[in-house]
Design a protein around this ligand. Structure first.
Ligand SMILES: NC(=O)c1ccc[n+]([C@@H]2O[C@H](COP(=O)([O-])OP(=O)(O)OC[C@H]3O[C@@H](n4cnc5c(N)ncnc54)[C@H](O)[C@@H]3O)[C@@H](O)[C@H]2O)c1
Length: 428
């Protein structure tokens, strides 16, 4: 097999110069003004490839990002759109000439904190982040059981240092100097529960944790995983506003799992190579608010009406599929950890100066009349550099109807989150 699990064989971060390497998660293919331009991204995340083809292909786990620049709008204005367009065109040329040298690793020293690190998502997520060469320090925070997880993980001979923090008194220290905070703390769904059933418990947890983030590392990227994401992200925004440190470009609801699932299910259904498939997923992160835009699938593929219905419903209910299969033992953890690690890696690459990083995420948005909306975004050093509108253009009738249908539910979840946060003033 050409693909070697390098991470299992040796410290992947050492002596990689002689070998072409590929990012564990991502490749972006962008087309601009109808001119296809490959902007494959790759910084190593532990996989080594014998063929440079894998530089473009394997990471179809993120796969192709197709972006039309015709009518970009972003909350940063037209200049950023131009910069966005310019950012990848020259690289398309470069890609052909030195595709291998571009992918050499750069040791960076970012600090990442996971809040809720001892949980079902937190543990595998910590392991995946421990493998990133972009991370120098990994802080694990939880209200319980962190000590053992920290000791266990710290024995892995990857470069980052792992430090554990237990209980509210240690929360501020866990956040000092952190660049990216990931929050999977909270209660997972049990069979029969909706994400909104989790609201009362998880809303309070997210509020308290984001308060601490605001006090200690207000400049960090904040990745919210705790459900219901449709409400917990607006809660986080309100808390940050009340603390006077809200930067909408740095607050993200993690919806990567919806994209990961959409890519997987479409590849299976249409017999496509998984690594090539990219399906944008927009809207929110619960039930019908999850809207996979199958008509925008890359590579271009046609679906019957029945296939669209079947795939859309499966992607929307995939979380429930796992909850029911686990029969009371929690919700998606491994696939979620994988998806969250991919989003962390993308954020770190953006922080590291990579100018071609695209992901779908639930962020403050002006794409629709809703104040928060998941869509493809461009990530940069300062967070969301642009919200990409092109996926929402030229929707099929099915998608356009589904988009209108999801809005009332998403609006209600956003308003519920805002009302919750405003009823409970932050601590000074
Ligand atoms: N965004 C997504 O796509 C997605 C997917 C799956 C699950 N989730 C959500 O992620 C969350 C975590 O799921 P899980 O399966 O890891 O649950 P889990 O119960 O296994 O782990 C949660 C962890 O959070 C910790 N915790 C609880 N309160 C805390 C606090 N105040 N501070 C710090 N840590 C705290 C717990 O001790 C536990 O270790 C749930 O809300 C779940 O619904 C989101």
């Amino acid at each position: 097999m050409e693909l070697q699990l390098f991470i299992l064989r040796s410290p992947f971060y050492c002596k990689m110069a002689a070998t072409s390497t590929a990012n564990f998660f991502t490749t972006s293919t962008a087309s601009c003004n109808s001119k296809p331009c490959m902007v494959s991204k790759s910084k190593p995340f532990g996989l080594r490839f014998n063929s440079p083809n894998y530089l473009r292909n394997f990471s179809g786990l993120k796969a192709a990002t197709s972006v039309s620049c015709e009518s970009e709008s972003s909350f940063l204005g037209k200049e950023s759109t131009a910069a966005f367009r310019d950012s990848f065109a020259p690289k398309a040329v470069k890609q052909n000439s030195d595709s291998i040298t571009r992918f050499q690793p750069r040791a960076s020293s970012f600090k990442v904190a996971i809040l809720g690190a001892a949980g079902g998502i937190g543990q595998p997520l910590a392991l995946l982040i421990k493998m990133s060469p972009l991370v120098s320090t990994l802080h694990l925070y939880d209200i319980a059981n962190v000590k053992g997880v920290t000791a266990d993980l710290s024995h892995c001979n990857t470069p980052s240092q792992v430090l554990g923090f237990t209980g509210a008194a240690e929360l501020p220290n866990s956040l000092k100097g952190v660049d990216v905070v990931v929050i999977p703390a909270g209660v997972p769904r049990k069979p029969g529960m909706t994400r909104d059933d989790l609201f009362n418990i998880n809303a309070n947890i997210v509020k308290d944790l984001v308060e601490a983030v605001a006090d200690t590392c207000p400049d960090a990227f904040i990745h919210i995983i705790s459900n219901p994401v449709n409400s917990t992200v607006p809660i986080a925004a309100e808390v940050l506003k009340q603390k006077g440190v809200y930067d909408p470009k740095k607050l993200f609801g993690v919806t990567t799992l919806d994209v990961v699932r959409a890519n997987t299910f479409v590849a299976q259904r249409k017999n496509l190579k998984l690594i090539d498939v990219d399906v944008p997923v927009v809207g929110g992160h619960a039930g019908i608010t999850i809207l996979p835009l199958l008509s925008k699938t890359k590579p271009s593929v046609s679906f019957t009406d029945e296939e669209v219905e079947e795939l859309t419903v499966r992607i929307q209910n995939a979380g429930t599929e796992v909850v029911e299969a686990k029969a009371g033992a929690g919700s998606a953890t491994l696939s979620m950890a994988y998806a969250a690690a991919r989003f962390v890696e993308s954020s770190l690459r953006a922080l590291d100066g990579d100018t071609d990083v695209y992901e779908c995420s639930y962020v403050q948005s002006e794409l629709t009349e809703l104040p928060f909306f998941a869509s493809r975004i461009k990530l940069g050093k300062k967070g969301v550099e642009a919200v990409i509108p092109s996926d929402l253009q030229g929707l099929t009738e099915y998608e356009a109807k589904a988009l209108e249908a999801l809005k009332p539910e998403l609006k209600a979840s956003i308003e519920k989150g805002i009302a919750f946060a405003n009823k409970q003033p932050v601590t000074a």
